[in-house]
Structure formats: structure tokens, C-alpha cells
Design a protein around this ligand. Structure first.
Ligand SMILES: [Zn+2]
Length: 356
């Protein structure tokens, strides 16, 4: 059960202490219009700052805090630096039950204005760690896989959405010969880069960049995954965006069905059903982009086509346009809860080796 309590920032600390000392669990506490603090039932009364609409530096601190709180399950991983020098700070989450573990990658905030994305990624990360102590399914996930999780892939753009332009989408690198800044990270991946569905105009929101992996954030993440792939096989790759409520399978660049489409479609469908079962949020799934509007240089196509990760997806989180990128924060926890259910359904599907 979750109960929400409103408090001014001034009173929040004492309120939290009261909850903490009283041992009441399962509370989500909102304050300040921005932050949610959560007391989780199964984790020895750890208070968890559940981020929610925080600056990149606060999310980076959250990564450190999580690693410190769960030293046997979580370690901090530096994936690289952004163009403006911010750290791409990820977590490696998993137990040490096995020496030959497979790997999973997911990230948020490649598009900086999509604020529900880091919040949902952080919620799910926290939940995996909290649930490990008592949920046999989560124990199985963390014993089988190492999860590499990057809440903010585009920290420069994300910070810019806080300081200058709430609806900024791209990176913040300058473009030679143009007054316009930034590249669309989700058109900059090298697989089918430069094909239709990406702009060559630096002033466009879906500018593909001067060349594939021109953006250091994209280069850093792809290098990290490929380097790690030499030691561990990746079983799942997910790029979390908003909005639209879609679990999207490859390909994005073509209407051609990929070799593993049946398995991808089945598992995406199970994830979508699990999501809907939590709060009734309907998701569509499948090879959706190509049906509507082919796009090239996308994350999920790179994950499948270049990194050879069979289960490679792009998820568009809430909503379907009522609030769009400005999703109210009272949807953060519901989004986290339902997406976490979708993630678990996806992992179950992969573990069963579902083949249709
Ligand atoms: Zn996006």
C-alpha cells in the first residue's frame, strides 16, 4: 500500500524521521512539488530518495548513494563523459552467484525533455534492489544477469531542459557552420545511419549528426556495450523514451521483419500486457515505427543489428499526448510500477526462451 502525504520542505525532514522511526513502510512522501521520498518495506528501513524530476547532478548522486546502500549488489560504473564534461554514471546491478553471467543494458534520457524516462529507470533500479531480498523472481534475475543501467544518457541536454529550454531534445554539441546546437542521439547510431527518417539539417530536431557516433554520449555507450560484450553476452537492450505507450521492436528503418521478430513480438506483447495489468495503461507493441514512419540510426536497430542483442527495444512511456513531455509528477510512481511489471514480464519471457 502506498500513502501520499504532502508537506512543506521545512517540515519534511521531521515527517520523514517520524515515518522512519515508526517503522511505517511503503509510504511515498511528496514535498516541494518535485521530489518523492519513499520508505520501502523490505529493506531495513532505508529511505530512498526516488529522484523524480531532479537535476542531473542529483541523479548522479543517487547513483552513488545506491551503490553505497547495496554494496553487494550494485556498483557504480563510469561509461564516459558528455560533451560538456558531465559523467555518464551508470550502475551495475547483480549478485555474484555465478561467474558467467549474461548482461542487460537499459538507459533513459537520450532525449532530454522526456523527464519520465530517468524517473522510471531509477524506480525500476531501486525496486530490483529492494525486491532481491524477498522476491524469488528478482533473485533469479539478479543471479542470472548483470544489469547495466544508465539513468541519464544525455546529461547536457537534460541540464539544459532545467536551465534554458524545457523542451530541448538533442545533445548540446555545436555544429560547425550552423548557429544551431545539438544532434538527435536517436538518429546518430551507426546502424543504417543516414538513411531516410533522419535529417541532415543541424537545426532540425531529428538531425542525424555529421557522422555516425559523432556524439560522444553515443560513442561512449556503444563502446561500453561492445567492450562488455567481449566478456558477457547481452540478452536485453532497452532505450526508454516518452511518450506514446509503445513497446517497439526492430526494425525502425525498414518494414522488413527481422529474423527474430516472432520472439521479439511475443515478448514485447507479454511486457505490454503486464504493464496494462497494473494500472490499466494500454500499450501497443511490435514493429511500430516502420509502419508509420521509417527512421534510421536508432538505438534499437543498433542494439539488434550491430550489437547482436536479440531482444532490443525502444519503449515509449506515458502518456498518449494529454500532457506529453510535461507529464505530472503524480504519474511517476504509477509509471515506475507498471514499467517494472513490464520489465519483469520481458525477463521471464527471455528466460523461458520463448519461441513461437
Ligand atoms: Zn525520445
Amino acid at each position: 500500500m502506498n500513502v501520499k502525504m504532502l508537506s512543506s520542505p521545512r517540515h519534511c525532514v521531521s515527517l520523514l524521521l517520524a515515518v522512519f522511526v515508526s517503522g511505517c513502510y511503503g509510504y511515498s512522501i511528496r514535498y516541494d512539488g518535485y521530489k518523492v521520498l519513499r520508505v520501502d518495506a523490505s529493506n531495513e528501513r532505508h529511505l530512498r530518495l526516488m529522484n523524480q524530476l531532479q537535476h542531473d547532478r542529483e541523479i548522479a548522486q543517487w547513483v552513488k548513494d545506491i551503490a553505497a546502500t547495496y554494496p553487494s549488489l550494485a556498483t557504480e560504473v563510469q561509461v564516459g563523459l558528455s560533451y560538456e564534461g558531465r559523467e555518464l554514471r551508470a550502475l551495475k546491478v547483480g549478485s555474484e552467484q555465478s561467474e558467467s553471467k549474461e548482461a542487460i543494458w537499459f538507459h533513459g534520457t537520450l532525449h532530454s525533455r522526456e523527464w519520465i524516462s530517468p524517473a522510471t529507470v531509477m524506480f525500476m533500479t531501486n525496486q530490483l534492489l529492494v525486491d532481491y531480498s524477498h522476491d524469488p523472481d528478482v533473485q533469479k534475475y539478479l543471479d542470472t544477469y548483470d544489469f547495466y543501467i544508465l539513468p541519464v544518457m544525455n546529461p547536457d541536454g537534460y541540464e539544459y531542459t532545467w536551465t534554458d529550454n524545457r523542451l530541448w531534445r538533442k545533445t548540446r554539441s555545436p555544429n560547425e557552420g550552423s548557429p544551431c546546437y545539438g544532434t538527435d542521439g536517436n538518429r546518430n547510431f551507426e546502424f543504417m545511419w543516414g538513411e531516410p527518417g533522419a535529417s541532415d539539417d543541424p537545426c532540425d530536431n531529428n538531425y542525424r549528426g555529421p557522422f555516425a557516433h559523432s556524439e560522444i554520449e553515443v560513442k561512449s555507450v556503444t563502446d561500453f556495450i561492445l567492450d562488455t560484450s567481449e566478456k558477457q553476452t547481452f540478452s536485453l537492450f532497452i532505450d526508454f523514451h516518452c511518450y506514446g505507450q509503445m513497446w517497439i521492436t526492430p526494425w525502425a528503418y525498414s518494414i522488413e521483419e527481422p529474423l527474430h521478430y516472432s520472439e521479439q513480438h511475443t515478448c514485447a506483447g507479454r511486457a505490454a500486457s503486464a504493464i496494462e495489468s497494473v494500472h490499466g495503461t494500454p500499450y501497443i507493441y511490435g514493429n511500430i515505427i516502420s509502419n508509420a514512419d521509417p527512421a534510421s540510426g536508432l538505438t534499437l536497430d543498433w542494439g539488434y543489428g550491430t550489437a547482436n542483442i536479440k531482444h532490443s527495444y525502444l519503449v515509449e512511456l506515458r502518456d498518449r499526448g494529454e500532457y506529453g513531455f510535461l507529464l505530472p509528477e503524480d504519474q511517476i510512481i504509477p509509471s515506475g510500477e507498471e514499467t517494472y511489471a513490464g520489465l519483469k514480464a520481458m525477463l521471464d519471457c527471455i528466460l523461458e526462451g520463448q519461441v513461437v
